[in-house]
Design a protein around this ligand. Structure first.
Ligand code: ZN
Length: 513
């Protein structure tokens, strides 16, 4: 009997030894020591050299630490160790469950991605969360509750009007439920079809529900073109009326009429912040946006030649608009509106209208990339301490920002153009989004934090994704840890899927069995 027990014991020990399974009963939690790294701790403080120990998913020591006997080490000489990047505006709700390794995300240092932006979120949130809990990804996730999603739940197809007080009350009820399920707050997309019919009061009413349980109001504002300033004023007033922190999505000035006006835009935001509005913004590092064809014409007169002509002119003409996807006629993809007009012997206006009609007939809409932002505006925005980095992309996005946002900022705007120092840029990728979400144990590299970490080479880090090849992976990101588990190592996914679902205050939402 004793012999049998000891045999089992040794067999188990051997198994533990062979597999190094963390679940083995007698084994103490494995620690790992990262040596000689330059630390960008996320606060914006200057780089400093330290060793960092991680164990049981957390950072357990930072400083002059010596390896313990048998402790695995990584020599990070010449590399920078930072908190993992938190992408507060990510559109992977459908693509992540199909691609749990999320290589386009982890290869640029993202360890947490937040979905549910621009007014649209999975419905109900709980079922998406359950899916991600049952089948975890390599990255952590969290979500906002979308205003348009809730609006459609209540109004159905009859959404092209102001909501009644009773409908707003029903929306508030739905909002309350989404917050109870773990939403980080309310997101809106007031420039898009469903959200655009909402009056300011409706958004305020829902924001108040989000605010009551500690949520944030994150918004793609009503206009990012000629009426950008009016839309900004509305956003600030929603923040003030609902007493809610505001996250301005992908700050930009997207048409010829407002280009170059970043200093005035910033002035309005600074004044609001001074009055006490808790206003932060995010920005993606590209001068081109990705949206749908109808967004181009603000008065929604998609087949009115006058409206279309004025709209196209405001973007600098059809050569600034490239079709990326159009299911009724796939050959249009990759061509500008100007090119299509020419090859079809139509004016740009008529070509636009034809695309709208073909799309409507097939119940779809062309996806487009519009090139209309200017670098000086982007630089001015990025240099504000209240502007963070976010992608507005996601897993397998058709815009290069999906795979290249964070590495592009580090390579192009820090190393090459020197718009930002490295600690400033890291701050905008880590503790600033964590602050916006109210998360205290992520986004800063310090003892006690969750070990979401990225180790990269500051001399080589760069994006490789382009409009022609939008999913090309970045270079220079050496290792990525999520909850203390290595998910990316020397240009490859490790296959580990330690991602969790995170709610308000950084709470990890329950793992289901
Ligand atoms: Zn948006």
């Amino acid at each position: 009997m004793l012999k049998l027990i000891s045999r089992i014991f040794f067999a188990q020990l051997l198994l533990c030894f062979l597999s190094l399974l963390p679940a083995c009963p007698q084994k103490p939690p494995q620690s790992l020591l990262i040596l000689n790294a330059q630390i960008a701790d996320g606060t914006g403080a200057p780089l400093f050299r330290a060793n960092v120990r991680i164990a049981a998913g957390h950072i357990v020591g930072v400083g002059k630490l010596a390896p313990e006997p048998g402790e695995p080490t990584i020599d990070a000489k010449g590399l920078v160790l930072a908190p993992g990047f938190i992408d507060i505006h990510n559109h992977s709700e459908e693509s992540l469950p199909k691609d749990l390794a999320a290589e386009t995300q982890v290869s640029q240092g993202i360890t947490t991605l937040i979905i549910g932006a621009d007014g649209e979120s999975p419905w109900p949130l709980a079922s998406w969360f359950h899916q991600m809990q049952d089948h975890p990804a390599a990255v952590n996730v969290g979500s906002f509750a979308g205003h348009a999603t809730i609006r459609q739940q209540v109004m159905g197809k009859d959404f092209k009007r102001i909501a009644t007080p009773e409908e707003i009350r029903l929306m508030q009820e739905q909002m309350r439920q989404q917050m109870a399920q773990g939403a980080l707050g309310l997101s809106s997309g007031l420039e898009y079809e469903v959200g655009s019919y909402a009056a300011t009061d409706e958004v305020v009413a829902l924001s108040k529900i989000a605010a009551a349980s500690g949520g944030v109001y994150m918004t793609h504002i009503r206009d990012e073109a000629d009426k950008s300033f009016e839309a900004l004023e509305e956003e600030i007033s929603i923040g003030e009326q609902a007493h809610i922190p505001v996250e301005h999505s992908h700050i930009k000035l997207g048409t010829v009429g407002v280009q170059g006006k970043a200093p005035e835009y910033i002035k309005i935001i600074k004044a609001a912040r001074k009055r006490g509005v808790d206003f932060l913004a995010d920005c993606y590092p590209y001068d081109a946006w990705h949206s749908n064809l109808k967004v181009v014409v603000p008065d929604k007169q998609y087949e009115n030649p006058k409206s279309v002509l004025a709209a196209l002119e405001s973007y600098g003409g059809g050569s600034h608009i490239t079709i990326t996807e159009f299911s009724p006629n796939k050959s249009y993809a990759g061509h500008t509106l100007a090119e299509l007009a020419k090859s079809n012997s139509l004016s740009e206006t008529d070509m636009y209208i034809q695309l709208i009609r073909e799309g409507d007939a097939a119940h779809t809409e062309a996806a487009i990339i519009g090139q209309s932002m200017i670098e000086s505006d982007m630089k001015a925005f990025y240099q504000q301490p209240w502007v963070m980095v976010a992608s507005d992309g996601g897993v397998n996005s058709q815009h290069p920002r999906g795979a290249g946002t964070f590495t592009r900022v580090l390579g192009l705007y820090v190393r090459e153009k020197q718009w930002l120092t490295l600690p400033e840029a890291i701050h905008k990728m880590t503790s600033l989004p964590a602050q916006r979400l109210g998360w205290k144990d992520r986004g800063t590299l310090r003892k006690g934090s969750v070990a979401d970490l990225v180790l990269f080479d500051p001399a080589t880090v760069i994006d490789n994704s382009t409009f022609a090849n939008p999913t090309a992976l970045s270079t220079g990101i050496e290792k990525v840890f999520v909850n203390g588990v290595l998910v990316w190592d020397s240009g490859k996914s490790t296959g580990a899927r330690p991602g969790t679902v995170i709610g308000r205050k950084g709470a990890v939402l329950g793992v289901r069995n």
